[in-house]
Write a protein that binds this ligand. Structure first.
Ligand SMILES: [Zn+2]
Ligand SMILES: [Zn+2]
Length: 431
């Protein structure tokens, strides 16, 4: 007797995406690829882990993501590595290392890892889609990137979301603003939540985007970054706003929008879905990071990008009842009750001709094979029993869209399937 083996389980905070749910992921990825590739972005793959310094230097030691949530580990060679908690720093590391010509416009689809308390819409491994554009400091590029994300969401059928916009200035105007904000908050120190009272001097911006009531009340009248920008940052932000207005991208200015990563400069933006719980309603966001390339050891190179979470987007789509995706239907399912070699050869011939086909295995009964054909969602079933085998024919029966059963010579079956599948796909859905 052996002990019963406990069934293996995925780690806490992770999830599987199996068929047919995965067909919606595929469709989302294809939609995203189409959207951004029409805007000149090309796909980039970078490793799932990086030297931990890529994130410490880029995102900043003080952020929750690096300080509390990153999956860091030492490999067998004694290197300290981290699983990517977000998409931008690795892309910029790749740019620094390989120096592609600018403007460099790249998109990615990647898992991201954060050790957070698992809850609905928040996973320890989640999945992100994003773009990065390196080289130009042109505010029209900010407009393009924000409008791409907005258009992508609208193309999915989402309508109940808000775009919040802010500017976080640059090295010229940031010190004076931080001084102003710190002075304002110091006067209300006792009203702040415990965490931000203690960290006021270290990072006064954090109190602005704190979700706790105490901080929200204390920062209501706090000076906004957008009102204290230097002249070039003011001009940049004005052009971004004018561009969004010209393209009909609605937004609200929000002085609380100070994203938690050190690398952000100037334009920052976030999309929040009103269809989701407020604590988990961020469906995407990004901003300009004009110093990040230098922070990772490259030449001064401005950049801007966004990232969006696949799981959150699909939750928002569910909440709004939009972006339904039907699993693709097979053209044909082969039922072979004459020994299985016809199923083997017919499926190979159909697939070779560019059609989709599947079959049953293990010599199942005719009844079991028909059941499998139904479950497969195929448009047609091809039947080869002893009679068909003897006469060199195949029976073809539509499973959807009506129509009569035909018997065709084996040599004509590919064309017969092609034509019948076309008819079935164009038939109106049955009531
Ligand atoms: Zn707080
Ligand atoms: Zn400035």
């Amino acid at each position: 007797m052996t002990d019963k083996v406990v069934a293996a389980r995925a780690p806490s905070g992770t999830h599987d995406v199996l068929w047919p749910e995965s067909t919606r992921w595929e469709a989302l990825l294809a939609r995203f690829a189409g959207t951004v590739e029409r805007a000149g972005f090309g796909l980039a793959h970078t490793p799932i882990f990086e030297d931990v310094q890529v994130f410490r230097r880029g995102i900043g030691e003080g952020s929750d993501v690096v300080g509390k949530e990153m999956y860091e580990f030492e490999d067998r060679g004694g290197r300290t590595l981290a699983l990517r908690p977000e998409g931008t720093a690795p892309m910029v590391r790749a740019f620094v290392q390989r120096r592609p010509p600018t403007p460099w416009k790249a998109w990615y689809a990647t898992p991201a890892f954060r050790y957070e308390r698992p809850q609905a819409g928040r996973y320890r491994q989640h999945h992100q889609l994003g773009v990065e554009a390196l080289g130009p400091s042109d505010p029209d590029l900010d407009v393009e990137v924000v409008a791409l994300a907005d258009g992508f969401f609208r193309g999915l059928g989402l309508t109940r979301f808000t775009l919040r916009l802010n500017s976080m200035g640059d090295d010229t105007c940031r010190p004076a603003y931080l001084e102003l904000l710190t002075a304002y908050l110091a006067g209300r120190r006792d009203e702040l939540c415990d965490e931000h009272r203690d960290r006021l001097e270290a990072n006064p911006l954090r109190a602005l985007d704190c979700k706790r009531d105490a901080c929200r009340a204390a920062t209501d009248g706090a000076p906004g970054f957008a009102d204290h920008l230097c002249e070039p940052c003011t001009a940049h932000f004005a052009r971004v706003r004018a561009g969004l207005e010209a393209l009909g991208v609605p937004y609200v200015l929000d002085h609380r929008l100070v994203r938690g990563f050190d690398y952000y400069t100037r334009t920052t933006f976030e999309f929040a879905s009103q269809a989701l719980e407020s604590a988990q309603n961020g469906i995407g966001g990004g901003g300009r990071y004009d110093r990040l390339v230098e922070m990772l050891g490259g030449p001064p190179t401005p950049g801007i990008g966004f990232g969006m979470g696949i799981e959150r987007i699909l939750l928002a789509c569910d909440a709004e009842g939009t972006f339904p995706v039907d699993p693709p239907a097979l053209d044909a399912f082969v039922v072979d009750t004459d020994g299985g070699t016809h199923a083997r050869d017919l499926t190979a011939a159909l697939r070779g001709a560019g059609l989709s086909a599947d079959r049953a295995y293990d010599g199942r009964s005719m009844k079991a094979q028909f059941k499998a054909a139904d479950r497969s969602g195929a448009l047609l079933v091809l039947i080869v029993g002893p009679d068909e085998a003897a006469s060199g024919t195949v029976s073809l029966r539509p499973l959807r869209g009506g129509g009569d059963q035909l018997t065709v010579p084996v040599g004509d079956v590919v064309e017969a399937v092609r034509s019948a599948a076309r008819d079935a796909r164009s038939a109106p859905p049955s009531p």
